[in-house]
Ligand binder design. Structure first.
Ligand SMILES: [Zn+2]
Length: 154
């Protein structure tokens, strides 16, 4: 296992390389095998406290992939507050307030803990899957839009 040496800020291409490497290694791990310390340190180095919070969400099986017969899929993550957030893997978006503030507005985070939990649960196989009809998936998306007031932003 390579040593992770946090020496300073990462460039975007370094970050992409490190993150892809981390995820690729995690994909090789079985659910019941402990994640090596070097990978945990790398996650903590890149994502700070979000990494710990995201790993907690993965541990609690809080991530559900919702799929419909048309092939569309969204992820729902049960946040620590008990609220459900919808994450879109295809466009890197989460409906939580932290994503709107830290990622979109302030631009000082790469992603929120829910999106990180989504990626980590995919990589470790800890993601639950729920099949719904296309109508049910549309209802989930519309309910989210009404709740978040996104309809008025477009
Ligand atoms: Zn989020």
């Amino acid at each position: 296992m390579d040593k992770v040496e946090p020496t300073g800020p990462l460039s975007v291409s370094d970050f992409r390389g490190s993150f892809a490497k981390c995820l690729a290694k995690m994909k090789c791990l079985c659910l019941f095998v402990a994640v090596p310390d070097a990978l945990l340190l790398a996650l903590k180095f890149v994502f700070g406290s979000s990494a710990v919070a995201a790993l907690d969400l993965v541990d609690q099986h809080s991530v559900t992939r919702i799929v419909s017969p048309s092939g569309r899929a969204v992820y729902q993550v049960l946040g620590s507050s008990g609220k459900l957030y919808t994450c879109y893997a295809s466009c890197h978006f989460c409906t939580c307030p932290a994503f709107a503030f830290s990622v979109l507005r302030k631009n000082n985070s790469l992603m929120c803990k829910h999106i990180l939990a989504m990626y980590l649960s995919q990589a470790t196989g800890a993601c639950q899957e729920l099949s719904v009809s296309d109508q049910q998936l549309a209802s989930i998306l519309l309910a989210e839009e009404e709740e978040e007031g996104l309809g008025t932003m477009c």
